[in-house]
Design a protein around this ligand. Sequence first.
Ligand SMILES: Nc1ncnc2c1ncn2[C@@H]1O[C@H](COP(=O)(O)OP(=O)(O)OP(=O)(O)O)[C@@H](O)[C@H]1O
Ligand SMILES: [Mg+2]
Length: 324
Amino acid sequence: MDKIPLLSVENLTVGFTVNGHVLHAAEAISFKIHAGESLGIVGESGCGKTALAMALLRLLPHPKGKIVGGHIFYQGEDIVPMPLERLYQIRGGEIGFIFQEPMTALNPVMTIHKQVIEAIKLHRKLNKSEALLAAIQLLEEVGIEDPETRLKAYPHELSGGLRQRVGIALALAGNPTLLIADEPTTSLDASHKAQILSLLKTLQKKRGLGLLFITHELGLMRTLCDRIAIMYAGQIVETGTTHNFFEHPKHPYTRALLAALPILTGPKKDRLSSIMGHVPGLGEWPKGCRFVDRCPHAQPPCHKPQSYIKTDTGPVLCCRVHEL
Ligand SMILES: Nc1ncnc2c1ncn2[C@@H]1O[C@H](COP(=O)(O)OP(=O)(O)OP(=O)(O)O)[C@@H](O)[C@H]1O
Ligand SMILES: [Mg+2]
C-alpha cells in the first residue's frame, strides 16, 4: 500500500466574499506531496496560487477569505476542521512558509536575533544558550556569513537576498517536514534568485523536505521540482512529472506557457511569445473550458463543462478539441 503522503489536498475550494457573494479563487484542487518530494505549482498572475497556499495553513484574510469545501490532510490529519491549538503547532512548526516578500515574515522593528530565537523557542524546547546556538546554526545553514554579526542587524540593514535567507531560516526554525514557498524569488534580482533557488534545492535534499514551490515562472521548475501542477483560473489543468511537462506538454495552456518561455539561445526575435489576453477575474470564468477565450484551438464544444481525464503522464483537464 502507498505510504501516507505528507500533504494530501482533496477537492479544495477557496473563496472570497465580494459584494456579499462568495467567489471561488481556487476550485476543486487536488494534489499530493510525499516526504522528500517537490511539487511546483505554476500559473499566471491571478490564477489563485496564493489563495491556495494561504488556505493550506488557514492563513486566508478573515472574514473575507474562506475554505468553501474539501480537505487538507497533513500526514493524515485534516487541517480544515483542526482545533487552533494543533494548527499553531503545525503552522511554522511542522510546515514552514516562505513568503514572496521577506518583509511579510519579518518584523521591521526587531533584530534578526530576536526574531529567529523567538521562532525557534515557539516550536522547540531549548534554553537561552541552546536557542542562540540553534539560531547561529540556522543562519549558517541558509548561507549567511558571519551569523553572529548578522543576528544583531535589523531587517532594513540587510539586502533583499539576505532578508529572504532570514525568511527561509524562520521557516526552518520549527524543524519542518514540509515547506511552502509562495514566489520566494519574485522580489529578487537574477543573481539572488538563482542563489535562493539553489539554496532551497540544497535544503530540500539535505533535510529530506517536502516542498511546495509556487511560481509564475515555469522555467524555474526544471531543476527544482520533481512534479509540476499547472494552474489556470482557479483550476489545476494538468499534473505530471517535470520531465513530461517539458517533453510532452498536453493541455493547450501548458503548451502556451512553454511557448512563452524565453529561449536563451537562438535569434532574439524568436525569444518570447507571450499568451494573448489575460486570466479572467473572480466570477468571470467561462462555464466550459476556462482557457477558451485565449486558446488557439478553441471550438464550439469547448464552451461545455470539462472534466479530468487520465493520461499516461497524469491527470489533465479534458480538452475537447486538442489531442491530449
Ligand atoms: N482578499 C481578496 N479579496 C477578493 N479577491 C481576492 C482577494 N485576494 C485575492 N483575490 C482574487 O483572487 C484571485 C486569485 O488571486 P491570487 O492572489 O491567489 O492569485 P495568484 O495566482 O497568487 O497571482 P500572483 O501571481 O499575482 O501572485 C484573483 O482574481 C484576485 O483578484
Ligand atoms: Mg500570488
